[in-house]
Design a protein around this ligand. Structure first.
Ligand SMILES: Nc1nc2c(ncn2[C@@H]2O[C@H](COP(=O)(O)OP(=O)(O)OP(=O)(O)O)[C@@H](O)[C@H]2O)c(=O)[nH]1
Ligand SMILES: [Mg+2]
Length: 608
């Protein structure tokens, strides 16, 4: 079923509530004060199944100028506006204000009901119609139908329904595939159930048992129950009027203006960069002017910081403006907002959030240019360009409020020099340390990509054919260890000393001291012999020549399955306990022998 939210709009007493009742049968003026005064004060809710496939949710708003703030809380969720203009009274101040609000909120669809047609004569109806046509000229309502209706006689109501069905069919539906957001317009507690909040689900879906986060207080709660237009449901989708029974949060902590969203994805903000439109009828907007800021169902005090020029902004113009919010909000790029003046409290403009987490310290000129870039390339592209290497999907989601399929988005400009710089670094390294096989990867990461996530280095090195990664070392593929004459001689000497010793090897220090070259170089040569497996290190102290270990394997090969003790092993090999124990531990590790009880057993080496 298609869910479309229809919101009323229009001047006080023009017949919005009566019209919603004529359409749906529901009287949305529920408050005693509303009954007594005969006006709407807060939002009213009703719904109508126009066809089996189309459900209209109605949000009836108050027309009184004192309650525009309530109107704003309802207007943020609507898809189709039903402008209500009484025949004879025609365009009045809140007709204009509500209309501007709808336009600034980016509404694209609507229709106009010319109400109280029963008490207007044909000339009045014709005159009002002409005034309405002129009023909407050039706006999103220009081509919208104007239907003369009477809530008293019911005339025109059938046609209005048809036109509503048409408008609902062409309205774009809210995005159910994005993360869910539910700006809260009511909160109360229900006996035996606890906290209940209601709102229009502006995106995503919500299911029973889902975990949610309440913004801006950042409390986690669980969805215990759901209702859509008053009927129990297991899940709610974008566009539906939703009531959520929450477990884990007290209703006293919740109020209109808060938002439910998925847990752990988003941050609140007190500083947003926007593109702002100042209404033609407003006073010029001064830098640092205090304003009322409305977004979703929330209202907070804010200060406007002009970014393009410190000269007051001209009415009817559009410019980048930063708003410093007095209280934190969950607000995301692309969100619309409305700004009202402090005194008199009138709507002066509205706009679109470009960045809800902009850099704080930046020259005004640069901020300005940055916002132009965001409008041109999108926030994600700019945020990636501003990051040292790139951003993870989680970082981009928090920043942009939508899904990002890849795990990582690299800053290809910043990383374009990595290939050349890493090749240079490795060339240098090999020149300074020719006897080393390569540079430790961590060292390269600290030099070439300080502070980068570890996976990035591997990813980038994998793209450079001139570079080879071997374990924890990186080298140029062309790097060969080339020994000088004295080094070759020393290498042969070191190897020879170990080979000649058989299993009764001398200490490494002793061998190095006999190598004939200085200790640092000699140690590098020893490392090379170890890497080439000519020498084998079995623990921190003992190094054997490969041929000695081979001989040992030979001794064991003839004794497969034999149980033996340390003294047996000493007899077979002719070595002392000092070598026997570490060698046996080495053989255990190599699965050539295995401890069993007090002794060991020689394993079948074909099985290992
Ligand atoms: N004759 C006539 N009276 C109407 C019609 N529609 C509404 N009224 C009357 O106009 C008065 C105001 O109607 P409401 O529906 O409360 O007006 P509203 O636009 O909801 O007013 P607010 O919510 O306070 O802005 C009531 O006395 C209605 O009975 C109509 O079509 N014909
Ligand atoms: Mg009303």
């Amino acid at each position: 079923m298609r869910h479309i939210i229809v919101g009323t709009a229009g001047h006080i007493d023009h017949g919005k509530t009566a019209l919603v009742k004529a359409l749906t049968g529901a009287d949305t003026d529920r408050l005693a004060e509303e009954k007594r005064r005969g006006i709407s004060i807060d939002l009213g809710f009703a719904h109508l199944d126009l066809t089996p496939e189309l459900r209209l949710g109605f949000i009836d708003v108050p027309g009184h100028e004192r309650f525009v703030k309530n109107m704003l809380a309802g207007a943020s969720g609507i898809d189709v506006v039903l402008m209500v203009i009484a025949a004879g009274e025609s365009i009045m101040p809140q007709t204009r204000e509500h209309f501007e609000i709808c336009r600034l909120l980016g509404l694209r669809h609507g229709l106009i009901a010319m109400t109280k047609s029963d008490i207007a004569d044909a000339d009045t109806l014709e005159l009002t119609r002409m005034e309405i046509e002129e009023f909407v000229l050039g706006s999103f309502l220009e081509k919208s139908p104007i239907v003369a209706v009477s809530a008293i006689t019911g005339s025109g109501i059938a046609e209005l329904r048809d036109q509503l069905a048409r408008a609902a069919a062409s309205a774009s539906i809210k995005d159910a595939s994005n993360f869910f957001r539910l700006p809260i317009d009511r909160s109360f507690s229900m006996r035996g159930h606890g906290s209940v909040v209601t709102g229009t689900l502006v995106s995503g879906t919500l299911k029973i048992e889902d975990e949610v986060e309440l913004f801006p207080v950042r409390k986690r709660a669980r969805v215990r129950g759901l209702q859509i237009h008053g009927a129990g449901a297991n899940r709610a989708s974008a566009g539906e009027r939703t009531a959520v029974n929450l477990a884990g949060v007290d209703s006293a902590e919740i109020q209109r203006g808060m938002v439910l969203a998925p847990p752990g994805l988003f941050q609140t903000t007190t500083c947003i960069d926007t593109t702002f439109e100042l209404l033609p009828g407003a006073h010029p907007l001064k830098h640092r002017a205090p304003v009322h800021f409305h977004a979703g169902t929330a209202e907070v005090g804010a200060e406007a910081r002009l970014l393009a020029s410190l000269e007051p902004m001209k009415p009817g113009s559009r410019a980048p403006v930063r708003f410093l919010l007095h209280e934190p909000l969950l607000i995301l790029p692309g969100d619309r907002f409305i700004v009202r003046m402090f005194s008199p409290v009138v709507t002066i403009g509205g706009g679109v959030v470009l960045d809800a987490a902009p850099p704080q310290r930046m020259r005004r000129m640069l901020m300005n240019q940055r916002l132009e870039q965001i409008e041109k390339d999108g926030l994600a592209a700019v945020a990636i360009r501003e990051s040292p290497y790139g951003l993870t999907a989680a970082e981009l989601i928090a920043r942009c409020g939508r899904r990002f399929p890849q795990p990582w988005y690299e800053n290809s400009v910043k990383l374009s020099s990595f290939k050349d710089s890493s090749i240079d670094l490795l060339k240098h390294f090999h020149a300074n340390k020719p006897l080393l096989a390569g540079m430790p990867k961590e060292e390269l990461r600290n030099l070439a990509l300080p502070g980068s996530p570890p996976f990035l280095l591997d990813e980038l090195l994998g793209r450079i054919p001139q570079v080879k990664v071997e374990g924890d070392l990186v080298r140029l593929a062309s790097h060969r260890i080339s020994l000088k004459t004295d080094e070759s001689e020393a290498t042969a000497r070191i190897e020879g000393l170990f080979r000649d010793a058989g299993l009764a090897v001398p200490s490494a220090a002793e061998v190095l001291s006999k190598s004939g070259i200085e200790p640092a170089r000699a140690r590098s040569l020893l490392q090379i012999l170890l890497r080439e497996r000519k020498l084998i290190k079995i623990n921190d102290e003992l190094i054997f020549h490969g041929s000695a270990i081979e001989a040992l394997r030979g001794i064991l090969a003839t004794r497969t399955g034999t149980r033996f003790t340390v003294p047996d092993f000493k007899t077979w090999t002719g070595i002392s306990r000092k070598y026997a124990i570490p060698l046996l531990e080495f053989l255990d590790r190599e699965h050539l022998t295995r401890r069993e009880g007090d002794g060991r057993i020689v394993l079948d080496k074909r099985r290992t």
